[in-house]
Design a protein around this ligand. Structure first.
Ligand SMILES: NC(=O)c1ccc[n+]([C@@H]2O[C@H](COP(=O)([O-])OP(=O)(O)OC[C@H]3O[C@@H](n4cnc5c(N)ncnc54)[C@H](OP(=O)(O)O)[C@@H]3O)[C@@H](O)[C@H]2O)c1
Length: 264
């Protein structure tokens, strides 16, 4: 299937590793021009070099900016060229007791997870509306509806994203612009690999046993009963950002292996 992405420009927040990096790879494979982002010049340069090695003809740029720092974000917005597709991917979490989660913890997760996408969309959506084409995709999480007790601040931020996404979609009525959110489930990023390895070592299990244990004890409702691969999540994100997905607007699209239940 040709996703008709050749020549489209894409900015992906938090894309030097994890799902964002997988999304960058997939867009490059489809011929899009990719703008990578991470907090430091060195992590961005390293990720760009990795992509260049896999896609020597691919067009990749990088912009270092830290979404927890307002000035850094303002500088990013000044540097951003015309962007056709915005992937609001950056996200941070801190697993802790509700009673030990400070105001600063709440604010930090809201700033990175919600305000990153708000600021980027406020800057880019008017330009997309002007040219009557564009895609904005927010990366939420299964936690928005599961709300694990040790991830309340994170889950609240991911639920907020769904409202922001739906609200912005309403501003696109009758245009060629769409705004959607995706809801990934547990995904085998470098971070998840480290989490499983650490748990396996602590419990004297193999990594495979640790993964089985996670789905038996923690994500019990998952139908997939394993971590999704980064590529599986990236494929969904890239499809729903492509011209082919023009009929999907204002949606919250589940990529969570059935963990949130329900038929909708
Ligand atoms: N992994 C999962 O199981 C899962 C499940 C559901 C939803 N999600 C959501 O999917 C998205 C991606 O998750 P992930 O697990 O792939 O994340 P991750 O591996 O933790 O992401 C790392 C990336 O985020 C960048 N980053 C972190 N903080 C940043 C900041 N303040 N400003 C700019 N960049 C920053 C890092 O850049 P540098 O290190 O280069 O600075 C790196 O590129 C998140 O929104 C997450 O909530 C993930």
């Amino acid at each position: 299937m040709d996703l008709e992405l050749t020549g489209k420009s894409v900015f992906i927040s938090g894309s030097t590793a994890g799902i964002g990096f997988g999304v960058a790879r997939t867009f490059l494979k489809e011929g899009a021009t990719v703008y990578l982002n991470g907090r430091t010049e060195s992590s961005v340069a390293k990720a760009m070099a990795k992509l260049k090695a896999s896609f020597p003809d691919g067009i990749v740029y990088g912009i270092a900016a830290d979404f927890s720092d307002g000035e850094s974000v303002r500088s990013l917005l000044r540097q951003l060229p015309d962007i056709d597709i915005l992937i609001n991917n950056v996200g941070t979490y801190s697993a802790q007791s509700f009673f030990e989660t400070t105001d600063a913890d709440w604010q930090q997760q809201y700033e990175v997870n919600v305000m990153s996408g708000v600021r980027l969309a406020r800057h880019l959506l008017p330009k997309m509306m002007e040219k009557n084409w564009g895609r904005i995709l927010f990366v939420s999480s299964e936690c928005a509806t599961l709300v694990p007790a040790d991830l309340i601040a994170y889950s609240a931020s991911k639920a907020a994203l769904l409202a922001v996404s739906r609200g912005l979609a309403q501003l696109t009525k009758g245009s060629g612009v769409t705004v959607n959110a995706v809801i990934p489930g547990s995904t085998m990023t470098e971070g998840a690999e480290q989490f499983l390895a650490h748990f396996a070592q602590k419990e004297n299990k193999t990594v495979q046993e640790a993964e089985i244990h996670f789905f038996e004890e923690t994500r019990t409702a998952s139908l997939l009963q394993r971590f999704a691969s980064v590529a599986e999540i990236a494929n969904g994100i890239v499809y729903f950002s492509s011209p082919l997905a023009a009929a999907t607007n204002g949606a919250a699209i589940k990529l969570e292996g059935g963990s949130t239940g329900g038929i909708l």
